[in-house]
Design a protein around this ligand. Structure first.
Ligand code: ADP
Ligand code: MG
Length: 497
């Protein structure tokens, strides 16, 4: 039987503010337990929440970037439940009127991330505070509570059930991840819990209209687990239905060792959160002027940046275009810092060499960053240094191959030498003097009569071997294009003799 998987995601991303959603305590990660929890976070009697203006601005930025409606007013509501890491006995969230409603994002799926595009609709995005954390380890059989995270601002982004496979779900989560980091509203750090997903999964017979019963997989904190969990859950549901069973709505957890989902609670024991508007907080009013002010402070969103990178029209009024392939553009816009780095390099060299610059950023630079596990902002080779190096390829001073060695020296060197300095001290300048190359070619031809004869008998391979020998004799410094031309010319002469 043919089944279709249906997925809707809820993404919780921590908003990048210094202080908490309703208190002045710090949100910095990794502090001593309970060193960053003030009276409001501890829910001491008589304290009142005060909304952090910065948080509102970050949520509005997200809403504008996905073309959503910004609700004014939006309402904060109490979500009531009991748990030791929640001192108030309720979490402040938004329920009926979230700050952001509607909107959509475009995901790209398929090999090399460029083939298929699909719109995923966003239901809503609302503000809420995080809870604290129970520490079960190292307490002589007791459990400790760390309230440093309590009150940390989160944006919960809820999608429509628009995804049809685990790969689409991962593409969606990655697109949101790129977007929030791009907009500067979250660091998206998954190891520190700043970005986590719940996946709602159901299956239905291919062609059916009606959605199947969903089960919700909680707290997935890596793209790999997200993919594996959805696949395991879909397999479970298929097996259940095909063996005459029935899917019961439930909340489940993914066991990554066993690669299976396990029921945490069923619908019968689902919480009744008894949501109601928080009487301590006024309705949140966001004026049109404020929205425009926020819009004006925003960077170009990633999808527009992508379109501009593949565009070839030059319009003197707008920002530069580079006529890149979709693949190159999607690699360069995976992160705003990579895009900025690339644009700085091209700015120095000129857009005619945009493709060459893209190759260097996606190729050599990305590979070294990956090797050293570094962010491009911490790249030991600055955009200016890379541009100076690429310029020396363009003007024929060094070959592309030599440039890779220079790059490596630049990357590893402690004194941040420029390309020109390295080329000079290492004597890497390309030999472009044609008399000199002709002399060398003639010498190589005399030394290799067998290969010359082979070539004259039509063996193309012999030619490459001769080029290789000339390059070797010059330690790679001869201009390869010139070597090719001169060698051809001399061999043709020999053929005619
Ligand atoms: P809850 O508050 O229980 O999480 P919501 O109505 O907010 O419920 O829905 C949560 C998510 O479940 C949304 O992302 C939505 O797209 C998704 N969803 C709803 N129905 C289905 C379904 N039948 N199959 C898969 N996902 C679904
Ligand atoms: Mg949910």
């Amino acid at each position: 039987m043919q089944w279709e998987v249906v997925v809707g995601l809820e993404v919780h991303t921590q908003l990048l503010t210094q202080s908490k959603l309703f208190s002045g305590a710090s949100t910095t990660f990794g502090g001593m337990p309970n060193s960053q929890a003030c009276a409001v976070d501890l829910a001491l009697p008589g304290v009142l929440p005060v909304l952090n203006r910065g948080v509102v601005e970050l949520a509005v930025k997200f809403g504008l970037a996905i073309d959503a409606r910004i609700n004014s007013p939006s309402i904060f509501a109490r979500k009531n439940y009991f748990y030791p890491d929640l001192p108030k006995g309720y979490q402040i969230s938004q329920f009926e009127l979230p700050i952001v409603e509607g909107g959509h994002i475009k995901i790209k799926t398929g090999k090399s991330n460029e083939e298929n595009e699909k719109i995923i609709n966003i239901t809503r995005a609302h503000l809420e505070e995080d809870a604290g954390k129970s520490l079960h380890e190292d307490f002589h059989g007791m459990t400790g509570i760390d309230l440093n995270r309590a009150g940390t601002p989160l944006l919960e982004i809820v999608s429509e059930p628009d995804m049809r496979s685990s790969s689409e779900a991962v593409a969606f989560a990655k697109t949101i991840h790129t977007l929030v980091r791009w907009l500067g509203i979250s660091d998206g750090n998954m190891e520190e819990g700043s970005f986590r997903c719940d996946a709602n999964v159901s299956i239905r017979r291919l062609g059916d209209e009606k959605l199947g019963t969903r089960r919700e997989i909680k707290n997935l904190n890596s793209f790999r687990f997200l993919q594996q969990a959805i696949e395991a859950e879909a397999e479970f549901q298929k097996y259940t239905l095909e063996t005459g069973g029935e899917i019961k709505q439930a909340t489940v957890l993914f066991d990554s060792d066993k690669r299976e989902t396990q029921v945490m609670r069923t619908k019968e024991d689902a919480h009744d959160y008894r949501y109601f508007p928080d009487p301590d907080l006024l309705p949140l009013i966001i004026s049109p002027d404020w929205i425009e002010e926020i819009r004006a402070s925003m960077v170009e969103p990633p999808d527009l940046c992508f379109s501009r990178f593949i565009d070839s029209k030059i319009d003197s009024n707008s920002k530069a275009t580079y006529a890149l392939s979709k693949y190159d553009a999607s690699m360069l816009t995976a992160d705003i810092d990579i895009a900025n780095y690339f644009e700085k390099v091209v700015e120095i060299i000129g857009r005619k060499e945009a493709k060459l610059c893209a190759n260097w950023v996606i190729g050599e630079v990305a590979a070294r960053l990956n090797q050293d596990n570094k962010n491009i902002k911490a790249s030991p080779v600055s955009p200016k240094q890379l541009a100076e190096l690429i310029l020396r390829i363009c003007d024929g001073t060094i070959s592309g191959k030599t440039a890779k060695d220079v790059f490596s020296t630049m990357w590893d060197g402690e004194n941040h030498a420029s390309a020109d300095e390295i080329i000079k001290t290492k004597g890497l300048k390309q030999i472009s003097n044609s008399d000199e190359i002709t002399k060398l070619v003639d010498m190589i031809l005399i030394d290799n009569p067998q290969q010359v004869a082979d070539f004259c008998r039509g063996k193309e391979k012999a030619f490459n071997s001769l080029v290789g020998q000339v390059m070797k004799a010059t330690k790679g410094k001869a201009n390869p294009a010139q070597v090719n031309d001169i060698l051809k010319e001399r061999l043709n002469k020999k053929g005619q003799e």
